[in-house]
Design a protein around this ligand. Structure first.
Ligand code: COA
Length: 158
């Protein structure tokens, strides 16, 4: 077992191990994202591929990637249940996802956020120039209900 230094939430090594989401995970992913007021468009039709962590009681965390056929991907739906926060789960899921997409030829990730720019900066993302982001990426359903100028766009070279 791993005990986080700051929290009493206990994570077994097996629990923390991220895995690819299956169809059976998607309703739980959607519910977690809704509970965090994050967009869910494109999830049921599998336009977004997720990594998840679960324990016996259910989904703990998820992080997804939407790809656009080139070498750039959109990081979406990074969310952790309240009871599992500040245990490193989001960072673990994002690094698993990065390792996976690198093998698939993706060499840059973009993330759009209203409230968590500071979090993604800590993971190595830097502010992106919206004019330099491919238009098809900005047309993602991730941004369907957002005013793009009110969204902070960050980018990481992998
Ligand atoms: C942001 C989020 C995914 C982080 O998950 P997590 O597993 O708790 O993150 P980690 O354990 O890897 O990192 C925790 C650290 O990030 C910090 N952090 C959490 N949310 C943050 C935010 N919005 N801005 C800046 N820092 C943040 C925590 O304070 C903590 O800092 P500490 O290490 O100094 O105590 C989680 O808080 C969450 O689900 N938030 C709601 C959904 C969301 O905003 N997702 C991002 C947009 S896609």
């Amino acid at each position: 077992m791993v005990r986080t230094q700051r929290h009493s939430f206990r994570l077994s090594v097996k629990t923390m191990r991220p895995r690819h989401a299956t169809t059976a995970d998607l309703l739980d992913v959607e519910a977690l994202l809704r509970s965090c007021s994050l967009p869910v468009g494109g999830i049921r039709n599998k336009a977004v591929q997720f990594h998840v962590s679960r324990d016996r009681t259910g989904l703990l965390a998820c992080a997804g990637i939407e790809m656009f056929g080139g070498s750039i991907g959109l990081l979406r739906g990074v969310a952790v249940e309240q009871r599992a926060r500040r245990a490193g789960l989001a960072a673990l899921l994002v690094s698993a996802l990065v390792a996976d997409v690198r093998l698939r030829g993706i060499d840059a990730l973009v993330v759009g956020t209203k409230a968590a720019a500071g979090y993604f900066s800590r993971l190595g993302f830097t502010l992106a120039d919206p004019a330099a982001i491919p238009l098809e990426l900005l047309a993602s359903r991730e941004f369907a209900h957002s005013v793009i100028s009110e969204t902070t766009l960050l980018k990481a070279e992998l």
